[in-house]
Design a protein around this ligand. Structure first.
Ligand code: HPA
Length: 275
């Protein structure tokens, strides 16, 4: 029998507190290709997920497994360097354990990044897109099961799943560093196969601008916990059928690598605007 969530989180928090006295205020979830950002933060304390009780280890190329605490400018941060995905076979509970830990450690805002396929025709590989809203096509929700009232309400509101003030700060940060930032709706699919062109046609018809296999479970869990969420996708490829190309994970990784410098500069400016 697994222990109750609160107990598992308490044990994880205790392990982190033993390693550092820093109380993070802003959490970061670093998606494909962006993990290295955490290695550059000041006063870095790096804890392998394996050293944190109950923390799942990600198994995908491009995703390390460390909780990194430190500072970006004056802002104390905690970064999930690598995330677990539902397609790896984990329960939703496991997938959102990391962001719940960020909440428990003291983060009042969490910024999430991901790699995504571009659906809006004007997008190109390398486009950065601020997520304004999402479509959950995973067929799952992390809040299914008994509700732990200590965590949040049974039926949390999702009208403003992506915090408006964080979005405004992302726009201001993009202007400041001179990085174009598109905005749109992110559709989450279960994966791990990429979508068919027919699925992309459907997603485009129902209002999606980008598609990926992450982020939505974490955002739902964060909103449940009353933590503000902001998210940016790196469009690493055009979605299936949108260009003449077939999809390949190595293209996703390559574009993420090429975009990294611009994405990191934006992230640094964004974090420093959050109080
Ligand atoms: N589809 C789903 N997930 C993705 C894609 C895609 O085209 N690119 C990067 N992650």
């Amino acid at each position: 029998m697994t222990q109750p969530l609160t107990q598992r989180l308490d044990e994880a928090v205790a392990a982190v507190r033993e390693a550092t006295t820093l109380t993070p205020r802003v959490g970061l979830v670093l998606g494909s290709g962006l993990g290295a950002y955490a290695d550059g933060i000041a006063d870095l304390v790096k804890l392998p997920y394996t050293s944190i009780p109950h923390m799942p280890s990600p198994g995908v190329s491009g995703h390390a497994g460390n909780l990194c605490l430190g500072r970006v400018g004056d802002v104390p941060v905690a970064c999930l360097q690598g995330r677990s995905h539902v397609y790896e076979g984990h329960g939703m509970d496991t997938v959102v354990f990391g962001v719940r830990l960020l909440a428990r450690l003291g983060c009042t805002a969490v910024l999430l990044t991901n790699a995504a396929g571009g659906i809006r025709p004007s997008f190109k590989p390398g486009t950065l897109m601020l997520i304004l809203d999402h479509l959950n096509f995973m067929g799952k929700n992390p809040l299914v099961g008994p509700n732990e009232a200590a965590f949040g309400p049974r039926f949390p509101d999702m009208t403003r799943a992506y915090d408006r003030e964080l979005a405004a700060l992302a726009r201001a940060a993009a202007r400041e560093v001179g990085t174009p930032l598109e905005e749109g709706v992110y559709a989450a699919m279960l994966g791990p196969s990429y979508e068919t062109p027919a699925e992309i046609h459907m997603l485009r018809t129902v209002g999606a601008d980008a598609v990926g296999m992450s982020t939505v479970p974490e955002v739902v869990a964060l909103r449940h916990a009353g933590v503000r969420a902001g998210a940016i996708s790196c469009i690493t490829n055009m979605a299936a059928g949108m260009s003449g190309n077939l999809l390949d994970h190595s293209e996703v990784e390559e574009t993420a690598r090429e975009t990294r410098g611009r994405f990191e500069t934006l992230l640094t400016a964004w974090i420093q605007k959050i109080h």
